[in-house]
Design a binder for this molecule. Structure first.
Ligand code: FES
Length: 107
């Protein structure tokens, strides 16, 4: 049983400069997390929607990446500018944002 209606994990992993794997933090993950968290808070939905930072989700080449449960929908390349669309369309209306999806064939 899930404690939240939606639970989104955003990779904020950081690696040393020059690491060939790259990381999500250096590509703007924290700005996405912060923006999304504020939207949830402003909407008074903190008991229903939870936004958490996470460590590496092993999809580094596509970062920043995020995954939404309970449905297990993955996003790639999310930025602060994408947060409103993810919030409105997916977290509120249950319709994943197609253009940002990390598809199984890419994983
Ligand atoms: S650093 Fe974000 S998925 Fe690996």
């Amino acid at each position: 049983m899930s404690l939240y209606e939606k639970h989104i994990f955003v990779c904020e992993n950081q690696r040393p400069d020059g690491d060939p794997r790259g990381d999500c933090k250096s590509k703007g993950a924290c700005e996405f997390t912060t923006t999304l968290k504020q939207m949830v808070k402003d909407a008074g939905l903190a008991k229903k929607i939870r936004v958490n930072k996470s460590g590496c989700l092993d999809q580094c080449a596509y970062g920043p990446v995020a995954v939404v449960y309970p449905e297990g929908i993955w996003y790639r390349g999310v930025t602060a500018q994408d947060a409103q669309e993810v919030f409105d369309q997916h977290l509120l209306q249950g319709r994943p944002v197609e253009r940002l999806l990390l598809k199984k064939s890419e994983k």
